[in-house]
Design a protein. Structure first.
Length: 403
C-alpha cells in the first residue's frame, strides 16, 4: 500500500466564540479560504496538483452549509478544478478529514489532498442544526440520550475522578498553553488572520486564562448539576443505563471543560511521488487511523477503545508512543484515558489543550495532529497518537511517525 505523508500543517489562532471575540466578524468561508491560501503559498500548489479538499465542520447550516469545502476552494486562490468534500463526524471532523485523505492516498486515489476543518462557534452556534440525536424522541428515548456535560460527569462518577482531579488538570492545561506560547512553540504552524487590508486581526489564541489556579476554579458552580437534577432530570436517564451508580457527582464547569472558540486548521497530505514532483520534504508518515462507535449515554469514552484499535492496526503497544494528544473536551475524558492506559500526564497534551485554548469543533482534530507533529520535531521524538471523544458515542485516532 502507498505511504501517506504529512507535508505541512497549519492553523489559525483560536478566537473567543462570542460576539466580542476577535474572529467574530470573519465567516467560516473566509477563514477556511485563508488556510487554503496559506497552504498554497507555503508549498507552491499551482494548478491541479491536489486531488481534493476534505473539510470538516460540525454545524452544517447557514453560512457553514452547502458543502463549505467547495465554497472555500472557490473563495481561495486554489485551482478551480480542485473539488471539495464537506464532512461531519462531530468533534472528530477535522481528524476524520485528515484520515480520509491519508487513506485515499494509501489506496491510490490521487497523489495529494488538503484536509482539515473549521468552526465559527460565535457565528453558527453549536446545536443550531437541530440534529435528531438530541431532539427526536423516536431516537433519544431509545438510546437514553443525555447532554455531553452529563456524560462527562457520569464518567467522573463511574471511574472515581474528583472535582480536584479535574481542576488540577485544567490548571495544568492553562499553565502549559501559556508556557508554549511564551516559548514560541506554535510559531511554525499558526498563521495570523488578516482583514481585507492585510491588517492582522488575531495572531495568537485569545481564550487562554493564564492566571487560572485552584482557588479561582473552586469558585465556579458545576455547570450541569441543575439540568441533571431538575425534574425529571437527565441524571435519572443516565442512571437507567448505569443503575450500579447511586447518584452522579457533578464536577465539570466552564473552567475544566473545553472552551467555545472560532478557528480553522489544514494539512497537506500526499505520497512520495507528490513530494518529489513538488520538491517538498515530508515531515511525518501517517502510520494508522481508526474510528469506533461506543455506548451513547456515557458517550465520551471513545478515546479508550479507538486507541486500542489503532494500536492493534499499527502493530504497536501503548509504550511505543512518545507523545499523546487527547482532546480536552472535558477533564474526565483525559483522566479516563490516562487511568486506563497507565500513561503519565507528562506525555499527554504537553502544550495544553482545549480547556486552555478552546475547541473549534470541526477543526480540533486537525489541530491536535499538527500540534503533536510540531512537538515531536521540537523534542526529536518519533511517534505520536492523537485521539478525540465524539458526540453520540464515537472515537477517532491517528498515529503519526516523524521523519
Amino acid at each position: 500500500m502507498t505511504e501517506a505523508y504529512i507535508y505541512d500543517a497549519i492553523r489559525t489562532p483560536r478566537g473567543k466564540g462570542r460576539a466580542d471575540g476577535s474572529l467574530h466578524e470573519v465567516t467560516s468561508l473566509t477563514l477556511s479560504a485563508g488556510v487554503l491560501d496559506a497552504l498554497k503559498e507555503r508549498n507552491g500548489l499551482d494548478g491541479h496538483v491536489v486531488e481534493d479538499v476534505i473539510w470538516g465542520n460540525v454545524t452544517q447550516v447557514g453560512e457553514q452549509g452547502a458543502c463549505l469545502a467547495r465554497s472555500a476552494v472557490l473563495k481561495s486562490s486554489l485551482d478551480q478544478r480542485i473539488p471539495g468534500l464537506a464532512i461531519n463526524r462531530f468533534c472528530a471532523s477535522g481528524m476524520e478529514a485528515v484520515n480520509l485523505a491519508a487513506n485515499q492516498v494509501r489506496g491510490g486515489a490521487g497523489n495529494a489532498y488538503i484536509a482539515g476543518g473549521v468552526e465559527m462557534m460565535s457565528r453558527v452556534p453549536m446545536g443550531s442544526d437541530g440534529g435528531a440525536v438530541a431532539v427526536d424522541p423516536a431516537l433519544t428515548f431509545d438510546i437514553d440520550f443525555v447532554p455531553q456535560g452529563i456524560s462527562a460527569d457520569l464518567i467522573a462518577t463511574k471511574y472515581g475522578f474528583s472535582r480536584d482531579d479535574a481542576d488540577t488538570l485544567a490548571v495544568e492545561s492553562q499553565r502549559r498553553a501559556t508556557e508554549a506560547w511564551a516559548e514560541g512553540r506554535f510559531a511554525k504552524s499558526v498563521v495570523p488572520v488578516k482583514d481585507v487590508n492585510g491588517l492582522t486581526i488575531l495572531d495568537r489564541d485569545e481564550y487562554i486564562r493564564s492566571g487560572t489556579d485552584m482557588q479561582s476554579l473552586g469558585r465556579l458552580e458545576p455547570a450541569f448539576k441543575m439540568m441533571g437534577e431538575a425534574m425529571p432530570g437527565f441524571d435519572k436517564v443516565a442512571l437507567l443505563r448505569y443503575p450500579e451508580i447511586e447518584r452522579i457527582n457533578h464536577i465539570h464547569h466552564a473552567g475544566n471543560s473545553s472552551g467555545i472558540v472560532d478557528g480553522a486548521a489544514g494539512m497537506l497530505i500526499g505520497n512520495a511521488e507528490f513530494g518529489k514532483a513538488m520538491g517538498l520534504k515530508p515531515r511525518a508518515r501517517i502510520r494508522a487511523t481508526a474510528k469506533i462507535g461506543t455506548e451513547p449515554t456515557i458517550m465520551l469514552t471513545g478515546p479508550v477503545p479507538v486507541t486500542e484499535r489503532v494500536l492493534a492496526q499499527a502493530g504497536m503497544q501503548i509504550g511505543d508512543i512518545d507523545l499523546f494528544e487527547v482532546n480536552e473536551a472535558f477533564a474526565s475524558v483525559v483522566l479516563l484515558f490516562e487511568q486506563h492506559f497507565g500513561v503519565s500526564h507528562d506525555k499527554v497534551n504537553v502544550n495544553g489543550g482545549s480547556i486552555a485554548m478552546g475547541h473549534p469543533l470541526g477543526a480540533t482534530g486537525a489541530i491536535i495532529v499538527g500540534t503533536m507533529l510540531d512537538e515531536l520535531e521540537r523534542r526529536g521524538l518519533s511517534t505520536g497518537l492523537a485521539t478525540l471523544c465524539v458526540a453520540s458515542g464515537m472515537g477517532a485516532a491517528t498515529i503519526i511517525e516523524r521523519l
